[in-house]
Write a protein that binds this ligand. Structure first.
Ligand code: ADP
Ligand code: MG
Length: 627
């Protein structure tokens, strides 16, 4: 329990003790009233205050208002009767607050269990200073310093391995249990656990910019981002709460008026009491509490599997996905290109690759990285000037004073360079030197091994249409689409065209089902944000993707897409179960209350009981093993 919860507990206990005392001790009338008042305000002042604020802000109808009116009404009735018995008002407030406390503890518990499973925050880093190791706060490690990670320790900061070889456990980040092997020269992300060897790492980021910090920030924001799920209930409460308030008013006034007209005793007091009971019963707290909690648990469960969902509204949208649109490079395919040849060039293959790799040295596009890898050495950035990356086209730069252009047909057309189209299947990088065509590099990418299974799993999860978009040429696109069995594909697209196509698909869908776009954030950030739901893959490392996407998959395993959809469906099922259960119980209680068969005590018991059950059900969403 945190301090706030402890304070609430103290208030509840004081109020309960006062309530017991006032009923046991033979106190004079005025003292009884004073003790009741003390008990009531001790436990309920914040509810009254929130209700008053709600009225001031013109957001009248919420559960605080219901509780305030019901209890103040009960007090008014007791005053009118002159009985001096205010047990009901105090007890209702007391039980309501006990329920609130229970739920806040439950939320805290699920938050902690998520935090424990996402326990990736490193405590310290071993910083190398003048050849000696110092244990420091990860926050204090400057970019470019050397740190040492011993076996069993968590990598505190993103970096590149200088020395050593080891395997890393990335389970906390990706939910993936297979270890990842790293050696000198490999990039390494924070949050993984070093399993076997000692690693010397040169840090490439500050702690605050490192993967660990970004993930924690994302998860924390998603869970505090309550407004999203509040929308869901407030949409409901906007209709429901005023309706029950007016219902209660009608119940208090109409029957007595009818009785009056019939010449009977109007029994105003009785009907007023029934109306107040009605108000207590109608308090939607089981919903108000359990729905955000279910979403929260669903988001937490997903994050343990390496699926980060940025808010509960995205979880809701995800559960309705019918169409999934994929970007090709890095999503369907591995984005690790192999050079299969250099064609139509009168120069040396190595020379062409050297020029291209240097021109591409600053880009994070999979093609660029592959060319640099093929070049085999670190490109010398001092030789390169005026780098310009034209998305969906390629790059231009000046290397050793020679102006180099490397890219697709569109780039050549744009620069007005005559090029020779390639007959072979694959991705083609045309190279022009000083405006003269210098041949093309043919590269090919491999599909991800489990992409076919991933597509099948998507269909099983209720997705009816799969589409692939790519900036690559028709021939390469066709080959991939046929091999993996995707329903349709569109090729030769610029990033802007991808948006246009997604907009067209959105229109075709109309309201039926939602559209998800899956990409790697490279050249497709606009589409990620345009789709109903943007899913970024392999986000360990790509800032653009984390920014633009609504759902971030920590690794590039395509099976996670269907997992995410299934988890969201389970969560929404729980939400609907809770809604139906709570409403059904409410409805029965409302009827009993209106008929005068259930008093305010019964009402508050039913309310807290339903809430406890709904909260327990909500916690099930945390378990993503069974979806
Ligand atoms: P995809 O839609 O498959 O993810 P992109 O939209 O990122 O591909 O790029 C589309 C095409 O533009 C690539 O197939 C390539 O021909 C060209 N291209 C983009 N960026 C580069 C680059 N950095 N170097 C060379 N060619 C590039
Ligand atoms: Mg791409």
């Amino acid at each position: 329990m945190n301090r706030k919860q402890k304070k609430m507990l103290v208030r509840i206990v004081i109020s309960a003790v006062l309530l017991v005392l006032v009923n046991l001790l033979p106190l004079p009338f005025w003292l009884r009233c004073a003790v009741y008042a003390a008990a009531y305000f001790c436990v309920g002042w914040d509810i009254l205050r929130k209700a008053a604020l709600g009225i001031k802000n013109r957001q009248v109808f919420d559960e605080n208002f219901l509780m305030a009116v019901a209890t103040l009404g009960a007090i008014a009735l007791a005053v009118k009767e002159g009985s001096g018995d205010f047990n009901e008002a105090v007890a209702v407030m007391l039980f309501y607050q006990i329920g609130e406390l229970f739920q806040s503890v439950a939320v805290g518990k699920s938050r902690r269990s998520i935090a424990a499973l996402m326990d990736i925050r490193p405590d310290s880093a071993n910083l190398e200073v003048d050849g000696k190791l110092e244990e420091v706060d990860p926050d204090e490690v400057p970019v470019g310093s050397v740190i040492v990670v011993n076996p069993g320790e968590r990598v505190p900061i993103d970096g590149v391995v200088l020395e050593g070889a080891s395997s890393l456990n990335t389970a906390a980040l990706t939910g993936e249990s297979a270890p990842r092997d790293v050696g000198a020269g490999d990039e390494i992300i924070s949050g993984c656990i070093n399993m076997s060897g000692v690693l010397r790492i040169r840090t490439t980021k500050e702690f605050g910019e490192s993967t660990v910090s970004r993930i924690l920030e994302l998860v924390e924001n998603a869970s505090s981002n309550k407004s999203r799920s509040e929308n869901f209930i407030s949409r409901f409460a906007r209709v429901y709460t005023p309706a029950v308030c007016f219902g209660a008013l009608a119940l208090a006034l109409l029957p007595p008026l009818v009785r009056l007209m019939m010449g009977l005793d109007p029994l105003f007091g009785d009907w007023a009491y029934r109306a107040l009971t009605f108000l207590v019963i109608s308090c939607p707290c089981a919903l108000v509490i359990s729905i955000p909690l279910s979403f929260f648990a669903g988001i937490g469960g997903a994050s343990r599997e390496g699926i980060l969902i940025k808010g509960s509204n995205y979880l809701e949208t995800l559960s309705k996905v019918k169409t999934v649109v994929f970007d090709k490079t890095g999503t369907i395919t591995k984005g690790v290109f192999e050079v299969s040849g250099v064609h139509h060039s009168d120069r040396d293959e190595a020379e062409i690759i050297e020029y291209a790799a240097h021109a591409e040295c600053a880009s994070s596009h999979p093609i660029s990285r592959s060319l640099v890898r093929r070049y085999g050495k670190e490109p010398d950035r001092a030789r390169v000037k005026d780098i310009e990356e034209i998305s969906g086209h390629g790059v231009t730069a000046t290397v050793d004073g020679v102006s180099v252009a490397a890219g697709n047909d569109k780039l050549m057309q744009r620069l007005g360079v005559e090029y020779i189209p390639c007959g072979s299947a694959g991705t083609v990088i045309h190279v022009a030197l000083d405006g003269q065509y210098a041949g093309h590099i043919l590269i090919s990418d491999l599909e991800k091994e489990d992409i076919r299974e991933a597509l099948a799993a998507l269909r099983e999860a209720g997705v009816t249409r799969t589409v692939m978009l790519t900036g690559d040429a028709e021939s390469a696109a066709k080959q991939v689409a046929e091999r993996v069995g995707i329903d349709e594909y569109h090729s030769g697209l610029l990033p802007g065209d991808k948006v246009t196509i997604v907009e067209k698909l959105l229109k075709e869908l109309g309201g039926s089902g939602r559209l998800a776009f899956v990409g790697d954030g490279i050249n497709d950030a606009p589409v990620l944000s345009r789709a109903d739901i943007g899913i970024a893959m392999g986000a360990l490392g790509s800032d653009a993707a984390i920014e633009a996407a609504d759902v971030v998959l920590m690794d590039d395993d395509p099976m996670k897409i269907s997992r995410a959809i299934k988890i969201s469906r389970k969560c929404l099922r729980i939400v609907y179960q809770n809604i139906i259960f709570a409403l059904a119980v409410k409805l029965v209680c409302l009827l009993l209350g209106a008929l005068g068969l259930a008093g305010m005590w019964a009402a508050i018991f039913a309310d807290v009981g339903v809430m406890v059950l709904a909260v327990l059900n909500a916690m099930r969403a945390l378990d993503t093993k069974r979806v």
